[in-house]
Design a protein around this ligand. Sequence first.
Ligand code: ZN
Length: 261
Amino acid sequence: MEIIPDSHDLSRHTMKEFAALLEGDRLVVVMVPVGAVEPHGPHLGLGTDEVISLGAAIRAAVILEDEGMAPLIAPSVPYGVTESAAAFKGAVSVSPDALTRYLHDIISSLINDGVQHVCLVNNHLEPEQIAAVKNATNAFEPGRVSVACPVTKRWARTLSEEFKSGACHAGEYETSIVMEFAPGFVREDVRQKLPGVSVSLSERLGRGVTDFIEMGLTEAYSGDPSRANARHGRDQLEKLATMIATEVLEAIGPGRSPSTS
Ligand SMILES: [Zn+2]
């Protein structure tokens, strides 16, 4: 797996280095990758969603730096609301309230420290997770916090045909991203032999079916992992990075400087 460049990794900053950044001229933007510990077919690791959030955040940091900001990536929140995959081993779920509270406290601490903007980067797309992440931002001024999550129409339409079809759990889309960013999370020999599964999760969820088994995902994936490739993953990650940077820049708004925040 790629690692976060030193200058963008909050964990590697000392307290004095972090303080110096907060006192500097550039807006300090902290991205918090959010994931889930969730079954992703017989070919991907349980930590796939966190990996996708992290890979996208690393690329978004480059864009935000080019925009004159000081981007940092905070340690991830790897656990999420993982009920749909509960029939399979490895669905380690927390309650929506617990996730909301935990994320809220992280945002609050960072803002109290003097961080100008916090972006929650979420790539676990279970509806209760999406709501829990959004709710974590409710108590803050809109300019101080944002959520980057590809499930809205605006961002979904920038992603692959498979993603848009809703048949996108551990299929071509997610598997390609993991092949690009964290190949150690992929079992190549298994992946290449998997048959495509064309169950649209968004369609099933819309009808109130939330359990993977009830949806027909007998191996906890939908989509076509055998079509995945790293080049496609690179392309999709760049689109996720654009999504994050755009959400941050729009939330902050034009003409905002550290002195006015
Ligand atoms: Zn996933």
